[in-house]
Design a protein around this ligand. Structure first.
Ligand SMILES: N[C@@H](CCC(=O)N[C@@H](CS)C(=O)NCC(=O)O)C(=O)O
Length: 257
């Protein structure tokens, strides 16, 4: 059994989509990131970066102790190797295809995810936090510019390939789709006219039953009506983090081992 430490966000969906695609049994452990669960000692022991998703596999492939993992890209790679699905193996014959997939997984982790996350922060969330919205202009310009560039990178790749890493559906698609399908909603629905190949792929991946199921996992978790005060408290947890806070939480985690 695999524990999936999760909150319904694009990075969380990557993992639930993969678990559904592989037909693996899993137990959902909600990590309410607005409520501060990511700083709890038991979670920090699995995910020292205080971010979800994370997993604990109680029955690793080679036997032995349970294994805990954080970072969605590493989790996708692990689950692919565990099941032998959606990532070619590390054999002489398959290695070139494997690295084609992994380069797009790493591309997503280092580019599309962080840039879209920051674009969304400056464009949508930060307006309710700062007293001086003019401070946000450069951040919006910088990160929206990167999102535009990265959408063009995907569009060009998908103009010549059915899927992100070639002709086979892989963990690269599972890493990028949960962010890419939100581009219209986050930026503007007209964006799809500029990136038709990207839109073709977004719809193709969205048609997979496991993607539809994985994307809906825990959908109700974040849907509580909040008072203004509760919203402020949640924003303070998410957007006011420092090394002191993480160090203090890690100290507590170490003491409670
Ligand atoms: N690179 C990480 C990013 C994970 C991440 O940013 N998770 C967010 C939610 S999507 C989170 O846990 N935020 C909690 C916080 O900001 O304290 C991954 O892909 O796993």
């Amino acid at each position: 059994m695999i524990d999936c430490h999760y909150w319904p966000t694009p990075n969380g969906w990557k993992v639930t989509i993969m678990l559904e695609e592989c037909g693996l049994d899993y137990n959902l452990v909600p990590i309410d990131i607005g409520g501060g669960d990511q700083f709890k000692p038991e979670f920090l022991r699995i995910s020292p970066n205080n971010r979800m998703p994370a997993i604990v596999d109680h029955a690793p492939k080679g036997g032995g102790d349970a294994i805990g993992l954080f970072e969605s890209g590493a989790i996708l790679e692990y689950l692919a190797d565990k099941t032998g699905k959606f990532l070619p193996a590390l054999t002489n014959e398959q290695a070139p295809e494997r690295y084609k997939v992994l380069q797009w997984v790493h591309w997503q982790m280092a580019n599309l995810g962080p840039m879209m996350g920051n674009a969304n922060h400056f464009k949508n969330y930060a307006r309710n936090i700062t007293d001086d919205p003019s401070q946000l202009e450069y951040g919006v310009k910088r990160f929206m510019g990167e999102v535009d560039r990265l959408s063009g990178v995907m569009d060009a790749q998908l103009s010549a390939n059915t899927y992100l890493a070639g002709d086979k559906y892989s963990i690269a698609d599972m890493a990028a789709w949960p962010w890419a399908f939100l581009l219209g909603r986050m930026i503007d629905e007209n964006i799809w006219q500029t990136f038709p190949h990207l839109k073709r792929w977004v719809d193709l991946v969205a048609s997979r039953p496991a993607v539809q199921t994985g994307r809906k996992v825990g959908a109700d978790l974040g849907k509580k009506e909040l008072t203004e005060e509760e919203t402020k408290a949640r924003q303070n947890i998410l957007f006011n983090q420092s090394n002191d806070k993480v160090r203090a939480a890690r100290k507590e985690a170490a003491h409670s081992l």
